[in-house]
Design a binder for this molecule. Sequence first.
Ligand SMILES: *Cc1c(COP(=O)(O)O)cnc(C)c1O
Length: 400
Amino acid sequence: MSNDFNDKNEDQTSSNVGINTRLSHIGNKPMDYHGFVNPPVVRASTVLFPDYETMRDRAQPYVYGTYGTPTTDALCNALSELEGAAGTRLVPSGLAAISVPVLAFARAGMHVLVVDSLYSPNRRFCNDVLSRLGVEVEYFSPHAGADFAKLMRPNTGIVMLEAPASNSFEMCDTPLIANIAHEKNPDCVVMMDNTWATPLFFKPLDYGVDVSIHALTKYPSGHSDVLMGGVSVNARHWEQFNDATNAMGICVGGDDAALVLRGLRTMGVRLAHHEKSTMEICRWLWKHPEVSRVLYPALPDDPGHELWKRDFKGASGLFSFVIRGKGRDDCGAFLNALKYHGLGYSWAGYESLAVMPNFGDRVVAHGPDEGTTIRIQVGLEDPQDLIADLERGFAALKRS
Ligand SMILES: *Cc1c(COP(=O)(O)O)cnc(C)c1O
């Protein structure tokens, strides 16, 4: 007799059960591993074949470590299920999750449209590497809307989106842009960096996007102790992407995959806490006399709120606010006074962080200019303590 819990099948992980139920069960197949709840952490280069014929025909699920192991497959299957994707590949960082699919689809003579407010380290890849390969990169405004049609050319082969934007949190109309891109050029690959929302709050492939990109470093892992990226692709483009990733030798280790899979199990409960605390902190900041703006699309006054409400199921714990009329060095005193917000890059771990983003490299979507922008990653601490911490920052600002 088989127990449904042990014999994981499509029914149990299907989308008609709650998200935390799905997160608890997707990916793993305990009965394949003597009933152990988690898949084994496979560290592998060589995989042995029982005989010459099996080797000749590659007639077994695993042939070499670079192409995947039971550990990486468990994570890939979980992510594909969450994204509604034909397949997912793991790459060594979130930044590689942007560059690897672009390299898989780009060719010389292609025109690529990139939203100007995208994760900024990606700009260096576009400007230095892509241009060297004969690909023309053009940045466009997240507010392009229907005017996006005017930017499409017959050779536009890739469109890169991110919503809300890194650091400044502008929303863009993802389904509108994806539709226009495909209408003008059916072969155009529309990619979206979905790190902020995670597939719990937005599913790009359901809105016309072809490739959903994740810094798994962020919420899926959730503990600031591992770097990884995930690329989930629809059926139309999966084969080309998968072949190119194999050809480039891109892979991740089993220990890191196991860490991300462990984090993924609690992503739903963590996000619920991040979301609730962030809303509380944003509402408090919004009323603060030193603050000119809070950039967070879940706030009803945010310019992107309508798009966010239309397409997204929730909001995560990263936002910015602007301290009116103060320069960057003035705001240094604010950052120095913080006790629970560490000063450091990355985000989506359990600990709160603060940074002062710079919008200097933007070409069309310039950041706020009425003061200094501070970006906050709201961790799992109790929100009243985080508010008291920010209050300490404002007090230091007044003295400076
Ligand atoms: C952090 C981040 C990345 C890059 O992830 P790493 O794993 O740190 O390389 C990509 N996109 C977004 C939106 C990010 O916030």
